[in-house]
Design a protein around this ligand. Structure first.
Ligand code: NDP
Length: 293
């Protein structure tokens, strides 16, 4: 078994991004600029946004945060999005999910200018991705592609089983792995909670991408010897033994699955770090107007 080490790959790609950000600053006199909107005080969301901001600073991007109280109205949030859409000094805008129940995430996602949608959730970007046109690829699937690329893994002709069909991970991942591209060119099976014979399907997977949100969901008896395992899950449990007060677990039973796998991502230290790289690459591409004018 070999590790698909998100720390190693992300550090290497971030060094490249930092060089390109410095060149951008040199030629334009400004840094690529990412703006994040955070609503409420969800511990996980606060940690993710803080980490995104910290990584922006590391690669020489500017980042800004608008932090709303839980009581912000949908109209107020949409007005802020519109204001940022109009602000030419901002290259990328992300609205950290989940949002409180009184705010419709679909409305907010659609309100973001697709040319600043560096999370890649806007229907225009998802539609362009479907058609294999230049677009912002959703940050987590993009990070997974970059990780496979970093390790030179040839996915062509392989059977890729994706578990989970969310709009932000599972569904786009299934489309990307089926595309005529590298990584890609897989035969893809997309599974979800209504799939009846998940274990049999998973056992056929040369690649399994697990994005479910349940600790240890993928067990060793679901994995074919030599399979490549990508664990997207981030399941937080409180812990008295860690400084942060919680511990992270993936969707894969790492201890028992790893010995059967050819390659596997750890949690933490895998896909999560690559998601941030996907976001940074999209932000740089936006600043350079590589995808949209
Ligand atoms: P969602 O809750 O939006 O989707 C979960 C998917 O898993 C759904 O499609 C659901 O099926 C499926 N599912 C749930 N239970 C089962 C089951 N018993 N059998 C088969 N399928 C099942 O989650 P996300 O995609 O947003 O996130 C998934 C995980 O990835 C979470 O742990 C999240 O924290 C993590 N994550 C990690 C990121 C990273 O950067 N590493 C980024 C984003 C997410 P159905 O559609 O039928 O309900």
């Amino acid at each position: 078994m070999q590790l698909l080490d998100g720390k190693f790959a992300s550090e290497k790609i971030k060094e490249e991004i930092a060089v390109e950000a410095a060149e951008f600053l040199e030629s334009t006199g400004r840094q690529p600029h990412l703006m994040a909107i955070l609503v409420g005080n969800d511990g996980g969301s606060e940690t993710y946004v803080a980490s995104k901001m910290k990584n922006c600073a590391k690669v020489g991007f500017k980042s800004s945060l608008v932090h709303f109280d839980n009581t912000v109205t949908e109209a107020e949030l949409l007005a802020k999005v519109e204001e940022i859409n109009q602000d030419e000094s901002i290259d990328g805008l992300i609205v950290q999910l989940p949002l409180p129940a009184h705010i419709d995430p679909e409305k907010v996602t659609a309100a973001i200018d697709y040319r600043k949608d560096v999370d890649g959730f806007h229907p225009v970007n998802l539609g362009r991705m479907m058609r294999n046109l230049p677009c912002f690829i959703p940050a987590t699937p993009y990070g997974i592609l970059l990780l496979l690329q970093a390790y030179g893994i040839d996915t062509a002709g392989k059977h890729c089983v994706v578990v989970g069909r969310s709009n932000i991970v599972g569904s786009p991942m299934s489309i990307l792995m089926a595309r005529n591209a590298n990584p890609g060119n897989c035969t893809v099976t997309l599974t979800h909670s209504k799939t009846t014979n998940l274990k049999e399907i998973a056992l056929q997977g040369d690649i399994i991408i697990a994005a479910i949100g349940r600790k240890n969901f993928v067990t060793a008896d679901m994995v074919k010897p030599g399979a490549i395992i990508i664990d997207v899950g981030i399941n937080r449990e409180t812990s008295e033994t860690t400084k942060s007060g919680f511990k992270l677990f993936g969707d894969v039973d790492f201890e028992n699955v790893a010995p059967k796998a050819s390659w596997i991502t750890p949690v933490p230290g895998g896909v999560g770090l690559m998601t941030i790289v996907g976001l940074l690459k999209n932000t740089l591409a936006s600043a350079r107007k590589e995808i949209y004018q």
